[in-house]
Design a protein around this ligand. Structure first.
Ligand code: DAS
Length: 359
């Protein structure tokens, strides 16, 4: 009897210990935010032949489950699960890919059991996806883009810490309402302002108006907030967008021929972004070709190939007279994103110019 009682007592004790352990795990998990990682490919999912291959490697090789399994520290900051949306190098993403990703983000953001979303992405066009999502995602929940300049197989790879930082920011209430963000190299940038400015180094990304904050050992420190319209304050909503109009870019440079502009003008585009030198300058011989693009019904948007500053309306060109739109501080690739989104609502040039001032 005593032995039996003893065993019962032991089993009861073990059961209580197990239950309290389970309860504390459940409590700990309940205390941690739920973050979903949407993986699209890029170098952060890349693999090289050897550890010295920091720039020679294949992008988009490692699946999201392996990325998560390779970073057990993520469990310290959030309850994480992953979805593989695409597995591509970002230079190959299409408008349809953008719509698919944005619609998945929107659906997840509506779920009560999702506190934040991280998107792993290639570095080449992450600035475009980040801006697109900041324009069309109607949520205050953190949406954090993350990439890496080196594959995980390389010496001093940057992807693991970038991903850890992104999950920490996505689970932070402080990150709510700040638009789509990019965490790279300990820095938190606005998805609207950030661009890739170096094609190999780990400090490749920056914003001409400065970062929003920093992330150190899983804690975010904020110093600015965006003032341009975004997410909940946007007039655009991915749930109402089914396709994106065709908008292309033509660059301006010494000796430029009208060939590209003529061909694009005949291709059925809804808008042409001109990336001119200086303050968005247009060569005299090119002006008539842009005027024809406008006369044929497409919108002409004057942007600049110069990375910083902003294009001044009616300065280098009589924009009022030509009925052109200026891209403000947006580089050509970002001006194209805003033009596509804006054209889902209007083709009125005064309305379009308002949108370029506000977003
Ligand atoms: N080709 C690049 C891309 O997928 C690799 C990278 O830097 O992520 O954007």
């Amino acid at each position: 009897m005593r032995i039996h009682f003893g065993i019962d007592k032991f089993m009861a004790g073990a059961a209580i210990a197990a239950l309290s352990a389970f309860a504390s795990i459940a409590h700990a998990q309940a205390a941690k935010p739920n973050v979903v990682i949407l993986a699209t490919g890029g170098t952060i999912a890349g693999a090289g032949a050897s550890a010295i291959n920091s720039a020679t490697y294949a992008a988009a090789k490692v699946g999201v489950e392996k990325l998560i399994a390779g970073l057990p520290e993520l469990a310290n900051v959030a309850n994480v699960r992953g979805e593989q949306v695409f597995q591509v190098a970002s230079e190959s993403l299409t408008n349809d890919n953008l719509l698919t990703l944005a619609k998945r983000v929107s659906a997840l953001a509506k779920q009560a059991d999702v506190d934040g979303i991280v998107i792993t992405h290639g570095t080449d066009t992450v600035e475009e996806t980040a801006y697109f999502l900041t324009l069309v995602e109607r949520t205050n929940k953190p949406i954090v883009m993350v990439a890496s300049m080196r594959p995980g197989t390389a010496l001093s790879a940057d992807g693991a810490l970038n991903l850890y930082d992104a999950v920490a920011v996505a689970g932070s209430k402080d990150a709510m309402g700040k638009g789509v963000l990019l965490t790279m190299n300990d820095t938190i940038d606005s998805g609207r302002d950030v661009s890739k400015n170096v094609n190999i180094k780990t400090n490749a990304f920056s914003s001409q108006w400065g970062p929003l904050g920093m992330i150190v050992e899983g804690k975010s420190y904020w110093f600015r907030a965006p003032i341009k319209r975004h997410t909940m304050n946007s007039e655009f909503d991915i749930d109402t967008i089914t396709s994106l109009p065709n908008v292309e870019i033509a660059m301006g440079y010494e000796g430029v021929a009208p060939t590209a502009i003529e061909a694009l003008g005949k291709s059925g585009i809804k808008a042409l972004v001109h990336g001119g030198p200086g303050n968005g300058s247009v060569a005299d011989r090119i002006v008539p070709y842009l005027q024809k693009v406008r006369a044929d019904g497409a919108i002409v948007i004057r942007s600049a190939r110069v990375p910083d500053g902003f294009v001044l309306r009616n300065a280098e060109q009589p924009d009022d007279k030509y009925d052109w739109v200026v891209a403000h501080d947006l580089r050509p690739q970002k001006a194209r994103i805003l033009a596509m989104v804006a054209l889902t609502k209007t083709s009125d040039t005064k309305e379009l110019q308002r949108i370029f001032w506000e977003y």
